[in-house]
Design a protein around this ligand. Sequence first.
Ligand SMILES: Cc1cc2nc3c(=O)[nH]c(=O)nc-3n(C[C@H](O)[C@H](O)[C@H](O)COP(=O)(O)O)c2cc1C
Length: 290
Amino acid sequence: MGKLTGRLVDWYLRNPAVIVLAQETRLLIALADRPEPVVLEDLDVAAMSAVLALTTVSPVAHAELIARCDEAAVGLLVELGVLLRGTQAELATRLPAQAPVPNGPKPCKHITVALTGAVGVINAIHHVLAIADVLAETVDVVVSAGAREFIQPRLFEFYAFRVWTDPFEPAHGAAVPHVHLATTTDLVLVAPASASMLHKLATGACSDLVSLIVAATKAPVVIAPSMNPEMWTHAPIQRNVAQLRADGAWVIEPGLGYEVGQRNMIGVGPANFDVGSLMRALLAIVRHPR
Ligand SMILES: Cc1cc2nc3c(=O)[nH]c(=O)nc-3n(C[C@H](O)[C@H](O)[C@H](O)COP(=O)(O)O)c2cc1C
């Protein structure tokens, strides 16, 4: 019998309590027990992202992970608590803790939240309300054409948010909606971000209100992709994500809102959206010195 090293019994699982955002060659890691995010520079973020996607759904064996990515990267993610390491049985029974919603003074004046056509948008009211409760004094809601297939803008109007859908229609006293929102907001959040919207953003399409705002703003742009793992790993979609990171957008990496054993979604899923995680991701961006 071959030698059984400790390595062979190592399995890895994405720790859902740790938020990871990627931009260019850096990762911003929001740990549950530290107010300030950890910043790692000069990384192959696409490789790191692949590790996170692979380990989000269920525990992955050491050999399988190492066959697909750099061993040092795995070690670093374990060291930071982004990956949990243990036996398969230990990890399979591990229930992810939902992150608490932070409280305290609101750090932003104005956040623009763009909702797009991923099915996870059915839960968007919860994150929009949480952003208004804890993060920003003013929250504007942009609802894309795809999002309107799943939800009605009037839900957000009922909660007194200003809702925007049409780039050509003056609204709320603004003659040109995308210019108004792009120049007044402190942060643009695209959550959930559909694969179709990732493409529009990555190519600077400017063909709808969301891609116009993102093209016209100097504020940080945070993107929370939401789709099934097959779409997430599709090469053109990964190219768009890599382009967005390279162009300076913050991409919330796979794991957010995902609960092991539930819906097979990467990112903001329909049934299991974790508002606290999204708030921590946004706080990490707001606190990250630019
Ligand atoms: C039932 C259903 C669920 C969908 N869920 C997703 C999804 O979770 N993520 C995604 O990227 N696209 C999803 N799509 C496809 C998008 O809705 C479609 O590409 C749409 O045009 C995107 O619109 P947008 O560009 O306004 O975001 C879904 C489509 C249907 C019919």
